[in-house]
Write a protein that binds this ligand. Structure first.
Ligand SMILES: Cc1cc2nc3c(=O)[nH]c(=O)nc-3n(C[C@H](O)[C@H](O)[C@H](O)COP(=O)(O)OP(=O)(O)OC[C@H]3O[C@@H](n4cnc5c(N)ncnc54)[C@H](O)[C@@H]3O)c2cc1C
Length: 396
């Protein structure tokens, strides 16, 4: 059996590995020329933890995880206003929490392909898919670097992220499914040894209204990962027409203190920059095509579980599709995958929407309330309520 996976992000690589281990031939097509280095520090908790333990990926993730002691909100002078202890957060999140840089997660998933017998999974970088077809005889994708321009397979897995081309081709245009949450997010990494030394082992976030800039020191001892979220009612995705993302960030984040000014000075012209949004679809599979990860169920950074769900969803897809040995079995397997996985994604999406109201306070009162909520995590009883607000019900 042969599968084409579109997208070598976390979901695509894990799905490809699991199918390869089950004996499928897998071709992964990735539009980027190399594994992408952009991204931010992610909290890895929830269903992805158990799934990665089960499929043997967890040790690779733990090996590149950062040790975070606390998430600390600071005022303009850099003095803490409230702080969430990470051991406490791990308890609220139901157990283990790893702090991982997105590109490190992706690299770990890529390295784990070496567990698959040689030649069974092929990853082609610089191979953007621009067309996709599917019917009862099989699936085909149009890929620019293929000799005859198309590639055929028994099953097609669209793991090409929130702006999925496979989804657009086979399920309809993005506007039908994308739900903006009224904010934009940017992430980038800068080389700044002084900031690195100052902020080691803790997430530092500005305790600001309508915007938040966060930073974390990387283990290189020179680099700092920056992450910025601000209100944006347009809901526009991709790059906005008004100036480069860097110019916009410099405008939006002026006046938040020395550390943020320095990050903005060093910010690349085109950092990761996109609307904070979810993907909500009535159906994730059709015939022998299925979507996985952000492509069908993006939960947004507000749910804090994008990477975790990408791994757990892809692992489950591998469990269900892997044993299928005939083309007729593919459709029912994909429907079964959706039936089992959809409730978990919907729960995380609901948590993401709940978090939208408190993530960026709109005024001083809301900011005070957030400080109170963070302090309340130390009170027995309240902590479960806060956990539900922050991470939703922890799915098994
Ligand atoms: C560079 C980058 C930076 C990110 N930074 C953030 C962030 O700061 N905040 C946040 O909330 N989320 C971010 N994300 C999304 C986050 O990583 C995902 O929520 C999570 O990891 C789920 O992953 P996924 O594999 O489903 O999708 P993604 O991680 O988006 O992976 C999709 C992959 O498909 C590839 N692809 C897309 N279209 C095509 C095509 N037509 N043909 C072939 N390949 C294609 C993409 O290049 C990408 O490698 C980022 C994603 C990327 C790729």
């Amino acid at each position: 059996m042969k599968a084409v996976v579109v997208g070598a992000g976390i979901a695509g690589l894990v799905a490809a590995r699991q199918l390869g281990l089950a004996g499928w031939d897998v071709e992964v097509l990735e539009k980027s020329d190399v594994p992408r280095g952009d991204g931010y520090m992610m909290d890895f908790f929830g269903p992805g933890v158990a799934a990665s333990e089960r499929i043997g990926l967890y040790p690779r993730l733990a090996a590149v995880a950062y040790h975070v002691e606390a998430a600390e909100y600071v005022d303009l002078q850099g003095h803490p206003t409230s702080s969430l202890d990470y051991d406490q957060f791990a308890r609220l999140a139901g157990g283990k929490v790893l702090s991982l840089l997105r590109p490190d997660m992706e690299r770990a998933a890529l390295a784990a392909l070496e567990d698959v017998p040689s030649g069974r999974v092929r990853v082609r970088y610089g191979a953007p898919v621009s067309q996709a077809w599917g019917d009862e005889d099989g699936v085909r994708v149009g890929v620019d670097d293929s000799p005859d321009g198309t590639l055929a397979a028994d099953a097609l897995i669209g793991a090409d992220g929130i702006h999925s081309e496979v989804r657009a081709q086979l399920f309809g245009p993005e506007e039908e499914y994308l739900r903006p949450l009224g904010m934009r997010a940017s992430a980038f990494i800068v080389t700044e040894p002084d900031l690195n030394a100052r902020f080691r082992n803790r997430f530092v976030l500005t305790d600001s209204i309508d915007r938040v800039a966060a930073l974390y020191s990387l283990r290189s001892e020179e680099e700092v990962a920056a992450f910025m979220v601000y209100r944006d009612a347009t809901g526009a995705t991709g790059y906005l027409p008004s100036g480069s993302p860097r110019e916009r960030l410099r405008r939006e984040f002026a006046g938040l203190g020395h550390a943020v000014d320095r990050l903005l000075e060093l910010c690349p012209e085109h950092p990761y920059d996109d609307a904070v949004a979810q993907i909500v679809m009535p159906c994730w599979q059709r015939g022998r095509t299925v979507l996985v990860g952000d492509a069908c169920g993006a939960v947004s950074l507000l749910a804090g579980q994008g990477g975790s769900l990408a791994i757990a969803g892809a692992a489950l897809l591998g469990d269900i599709l892997g044993p299928v040995a005939s083309p007729e079995g593919i459709g029912p397997a994909l429907a079964e995958f959706e039936r089992r996985w959809r409730p978990v994604v919907e729960e995380a999406q609901a948590a993401g929407r709940r978090a939208a109201s408190s993530f960026l306070p709109a005024n001083r009162t809301q900011r005070l309330l957030r400080r109170w909520i963070i302090r309340a995590t130390h009170l027995p009883g309240i902590d479960r309520l806060v956990a539900r607000q922050i991470v939703g019900r922890i799915a098994k």
